[in-house]
Design a binder for this molecule. Structure first.
Ligand code: ADP
Length: 396
């Protein structure tokens, strides 16, 4: 433990970002007696509303003065997004503020190609992939991996922005234009495109596991969940995944090995594909609390947010068992553009066993994550039905 970490009695954690993940982490922090300060570009962010103005630094981590301001206040730093440049995390470490998960982990994860290479090198099952630096390499990838394939940007992709499914060579140009801009604009970078291609995975379902890994390598592995994506955005989560127990065990083992391969500390969302004939492939890792783990707030003995804090603070991890036979989470996604003014909030709260969360976002946009509902039930199916009923009450 560094001097800095022993200085303060109440631990004080800095979060880079102030969105819903920081907000729910701050909620968990209250119960644990942990102080939170956020660094976030916009005032009155989802987390800013919870921590209050004296714990909110408004600005960007690119600004040295803001970085210094948060470093001066906290014992350690964590993140709610994998997009903070690893070099900025390194700056905090070099200036005496530990960061969990650390810069080395982020350096791997924030480059999806490097992430895939690291997982493959560790002997873990991933879809076949190849770097794509030029138009010719995209066509070659199609020959080697087969069409269709999924073309992905190596950096900064989220909710499917940064992905394009390419059915065949005739669609190559359109996919490159979608991800990199029109041919005139990308001409100069031909040969150094920051892309890679993945074999299209004909999965029957998508799975996720939240893995918490402590600073000393201790592990707490949440149950395997089923996730339902539409238009590349997570819509629903059902837990426990309806899988033979041997498959769930295998999924959990792969997830733990993946987290260990990148040496992550804190909670990690591990996304996987489940293929029809049995095999499991890793999709990607998110080194932070994750949408597929929101259900843990009500459905598990320790939430992903509380366990994330416990992990990064070097505390013992909490038990992660489900407290009901089934649980489900339904995201509340925006359906229009404009000021947010959710209706039906009272109706949505009229169900026993269904829990409404709103993130306090001021603006609604189509597809924007505005909140979620978690329901518990006697079975995953019953929980899902209830979560959907409660979620349907909310109108944007
Ligand atoms: P993001 O980081 O933007 O969430 P992902 O790479 O996880 O992007 O992809 C988003 C979704 O796209 C996945 O959840 C899955 O539904 C689909 N997808 C991604 N990669 C593949 C693939 N290789 N084969 C088939 N579908 C894929």
């Amino acid at each position: 433990m560094t001097m800095k970490e022993t200085l303060k009695i109440a631990p004080h954690v800095g979060i880079l970002g102030g969105g819903q993940l920081a907000r729910m982490t701050a909620e968990a922090a209250i119960g644990l007696g942990v102080e939170i300060t956020i660094l976030e570009r916009e005032a009155q962010s989802p987390a800013g509303q919870i921590v209050g103005a004296d714990h909110e630094i408004v600005g960007h981590w690119d600004e040295m003065e803001k970085r210094q301001a948060i470093a001066d206040r906290v014992n350690l730093i964590t993140l709610e997004s994998e997009f903070v440049d690893a070099e900025i995390l390194q700056w905090f470490v070099d200036h005496g503020t530990p960061v969990y998960p650390g810069p080395a982990t982020l350096r791997i994860i924030q480059d999806k190609l490097k992430q895939k290479e690291t997982l493959a090198m560790a002997g873990l099952p991933v879809p076949r992939f190849r770097p794509v630096r030029s138009t010719a390499e995209l066509l070659e990838a199609g020959e080697k991996l087969g069409w269709p394939l999924v073309l992905k940007t190596r950096r900064l992709g989220y909710d499917g922005h940064g992905n394009a499914t390419v059915a065949g060579p005739s669609e190559a140009e359109a996919a490159l234009t979608r991800l990199l801009g029109p041919v005139e604009r990308r001409h100069a970078s031909e040969g150094s495109y920051d892309l890679y291609a993945e074999a299209f995975v004909p999965f029957v379902g998508e799975l996720a596991v939240m893995v918490t890994r402590g600073r000393n390598g201790s592990l707490a592995v949440y149950p395997v969940v089923e996730t339902v994506q539409r238009d590349h955005i997570c819509h629903e989560v059902v837990v426990p995944a309806r899988l033979p127990s041997a498959v769930s065990t295998q999924v959990a083992e792969i997830a733990v090995a993946a987290v260990e391969a990148v040496d992550a500390v804190g909670v990690v969302g591990v996304e996987l594909f489940h293929l029809a004939d049995g095999p499991i492939l890793l999709n990607e890792l998110a080194p932070r609390p994750h949408n597929s783990g929101h259900y843990t707030i009500e459905a598990c003995r320790t939430s992903q947010f509380a366990n994330h804090l416990r992990a990064i603070l070097g505390w013992p991890l909490g038990p992660v068992d489900l407290i009901a036979p089934g649980a489900a989470m339904v995201n509340l996604l925006g359906t229009r553009q404009g000021p947010a003014n959710p209706g039906g909030t009272a109706a949505a709260q009229s169900f026993d066993q269904a829990h409404l969360h709103l993130y306090g976002k001021r603006e609604v946009r189509p597809g924007r994550k505005m909140g979620h509902v978690t329901a518990l039930g006697d079975s995953p199916e019953k929980a899902l039905e209830l979560a959907r009923r409660a979620a349907r009450c909310i109108v944007w």
